[in-house]
Every structure is written in structure tokens, then in C-alpha cells.
Design a protein around this ligand. Structure first.
Ligand code: 5GP
Ligand code: MN
Length: 339
């Protein structure tokens, strides 16, 4: 765990010295990245600051209801405006990622910008791509870390309901509603404050978790029935979905969110993988239990990374070849499962 007070002076000096602040989430942003981004945005707004937001690519449907989400400029949709935003900013705050590659197509422009850059994140081993990197993998979410920093800076003054709502989304999505990840008694103290602040937790849970189309639920059934392979001797299970599979269930962005967690509820399974066929590559998601370093596996073999127990990567080949390659490298690493 990091000592937050070591960073807050520098962070608050950077806040005060800046006129135009730009907050950026990562590519394919999850609830934590968007939650932290919107909470920070609402904080700056409540202070009367000039602040804008950018996302490298599109938001998932289940996050679009959030207050302020419609003010996030999408880089790949509006490059001209995004580049202007990047050029106009004198402070860029990047949330929930530890490698500049997670800026997607915005990477070059952000790297070239003369603005001061801050990273607030909870992934292991951040790359050195900012002036100030505040990284604490002991936090369940970037939202939690960001909130603790803001509390240090503003004396834990209550900000407003939309801030609390965004923070709550960040925390519940990165812990699977308090099922996994690095949540702690500290997390629950924060959540207690959020509940006291009047957020409507049932409404938020419904908007995040009970908002699926019938096609999405049918795709889940299909994935488990027809596309899941269990390898008990490797304590591994995987699910694969081709472009055709997704098309036949009218897939929209975000529909496969959470699928990778499902095989972990099988007794004896400690490693779960989801393969999704994209236009020119295969996207992989990894989840593990215990000490198996899914992030190392992702970075060694699939140009990816992430947390010990939750990570992702990609591979440029057909779905079949990717699975064959995966099974080979899994075999090579199976000794790591031994206690
Ligand atoms: P998910 O499987 O939910 O997409 O991602 C799980 C975790 O792995 C996230 O914390 C995310 O930061 C990380 N992750 C997912 N895909 C990639 C990737 O392609 N590269 C890297 N470095 N991290 C990834
Ligand atoms: Mn996160």
C-alpha cells in the first residue's frame, strides 16, 4: 500500500497550476475507468475548474447512462476536436492504465503533448509515461485510489451525488459487486460514505447488471453450452466466440463483459480464458485464482498485461490457431499451478 500523503502535495500543486485539465480513460473503458473519470470530472466541476474528458474509443452501452458520460469526447469518432483538446490542455490525467499503449489511437498525440501528465492507477509495474505516477495495486479500483487522493486534498468534504454515483460504479464493477479483486475494509468504509450520501444503490445495480437484452442472455447460454471447454487436468476452462457466433446473437459492445468469470465457479478451475474473434485479431481475457500470474502469462504470450488474477491480451491469427497456440503455452506453464 502506498502512502497517499506523499503524492497529494505534488498532485494538488499540479491541479492549482493548471488552467485546462483533460481526463483520459483507457481503450475499451470499463466501469472503473469511466467511474474514476466521471468522479474526477465532477470534482473539478464542483471546484469551478475548466475540465474536459476524452476516451480513446467507444463507451460500452451499460455505462452510457452515467451523469457526464455524454460529455466524454471519443477520439476515434472526433479526432479534430480530440486533438484540439489535447493541445489546449496543460494537465492530462490518465486513469486506470499503466501503459501508454492503452491510449489506443490517441497515444501519439498524448505522448507528444507538452502538458504535465499524471497517471492514477492500480495495475502492477507502470511504464514511465507521465510526470507523476500514482500507482497502488493494493486498491480494489482506480476509483478508490482517486477518491482517497481527493479526500486528502479537499479534507474529505462531500462533493455531490453524481460524484458518489460514479465512484460507486467504479468500485462495484472492478470487484464484480464485491466478489473479487483487492477490496478491503477500507473499500467498505468508502462505500458506507457513498451510501450515506444518498446514492440509489438498487437503481445503479439495475442499470449496471440488470440491463441486458434477451439476445445477450441467450449468448451467455450458448457460450456456456456450446463454446466452453473444461480441461480439469490443467485446472483451466476456456470459452471461445467467433464473429459469426456474435453476429447470430446481435452482439453489441459490452455483451461479453463478465463471461470470463463464469468458468471460475466450476469446482477445481483456477484459470479461465475468453477468446473473442475481432476483425483482424483475437482478444483474450484471463482470470485466475490464487497465485497463477495471469498478467505474466498475458504479457509473455499475448502482448497484454493487467493484474495477477485479471488480465488480457491479443493475438493476430485465426481463432483456431490462437486456441492451439494457447494450449501449447498453457502446457509449458502448467507447473505454475503446482503449490
Ligand atoms: P478484461 O478482461 O476485463 O478486458 O481486462 C481485465 C484486466 O486486464 C483489466 O484490468 C485491463 O487493464 C487488463 N487488460 C485487458 N486487456 C489488456 C491488454 O490488451 N493489454 C494490457 N496491458 N492489459 C489488458
Ligand atoms: Mn481498474
Amino acid at each position: 500500500m502506498i502512502d497517499i500523503s506523499k503524492y497529494t502535495k505534488e498532485l494538488s500543486n499540479l491541479f492549482s497550476a493548471s488552467k485546462n485539465i483533460l481526463i483520459i480513460c483507457h481503450i475499451n473503458p470499463d466501469g472503473d475507468s469511466i467511474g474514476a473519470q466521471l468522479a474526477l470530472y465532477h470534482y473539478f466541476k464542483s471546484e469551478g475548474r475548466e475540465v474536459s474528458m476524452m476516451a480513446p474509443n467507444h463507451l460500452q452501452e451499460f455505462l452510457k447512462w452515467m451523469d457526464g458520460a455524454d460529455r466524454i469526447n471519443i477520439f476515434i469518432k472526433d479526432r479534430k476536436r480530440s486533438l484540439m483538446m489535447i493541445q489546449a490542455s496543460d494537465l492530462i490525467i490518465m486513469l486506470d492504465f499503466n501503459q501508454s499503449g492503452r491510449l489506443g489511437e490517441a497515444e501519439d498525440a498524448v505522448r507528444a503533448s507538452k502538458a504535465k501528465k499524471v497517471v492514477i492507477d492500480h495495475h502492477l509495474d507502470p511504464e514511465n509515461f507521465a510526470d507523476l505516477i500514482i500507482s497502488d495495486p493494493s486498491k480494489c479500483s482506480t476509483s478508490e485510489l482517486m477518491h482517497e487522493l481527493i479526500c486528502e486534498i479537499n479534507g474529505a468534504k462531500f462533493i455531490n451525488r453524481v460524484y458518489a454515483e460514479a465512484l460507486y460504479v467504479g468500485i462495484i464493477t472492478d470487484t464484480g459487486n464485491f466478489e473479487h479483486g483487492a477490496y478491503s475494509s477500507r473499500t467498505f468504509r468508502i462505500v458506507a460514505d457513498l451510501l450515506d450520501s444518498g446514492i440509489e444503490k438498487e437503481k445503479i445495480i439495475d442499470l449496471i447488471y440488470n440491463n441486458f437484452s434477451s439476445d445477450r442472455i441467450k449468448l451467455e447460454g450458448f457460450a456456456l453450452n456450446q463454446r466452453m471447454v473444461v480441461i480439469p487436468e490443467f485446472k483451466t476452462a476456456y470459452i471461445y466466440l467467433s464473429k459469426e457466433d456474435l453476429k447470430s446473437y446481435n452482439h453489441v459492445k459490452g455483451d461479453t463483459e463478465g463471461f470470463v468469470n463464469m468458468p471460475l465457479s466450476i469446482k477445481g478451475i483456477n484459470f479461465s480464458v475468453l477468446f473473442i474473434e475481432k476483425e483482424n485479431f483475437i482478444k483474450l481475457s484471463f482470470r485466475s485464482r490464487g497465485q497463477f500470474p495471469s498478467n505474466e502469462f498475458a504479457s509473455l504470450y499475448f502482448s497484454g498485461g493487467g493484474h495477477l488474477n485479471a488480465s488480457g491480451g491479443e493475438y493476430s491469427d485465426t481463432l483456431d490457431n490462437t486456441i492451439t497456440y494457447f494450449l501449447k503455452v498453457l502446457k509449458d506453464n502448467i507447473w505454475r499451478f503446482e503449490e
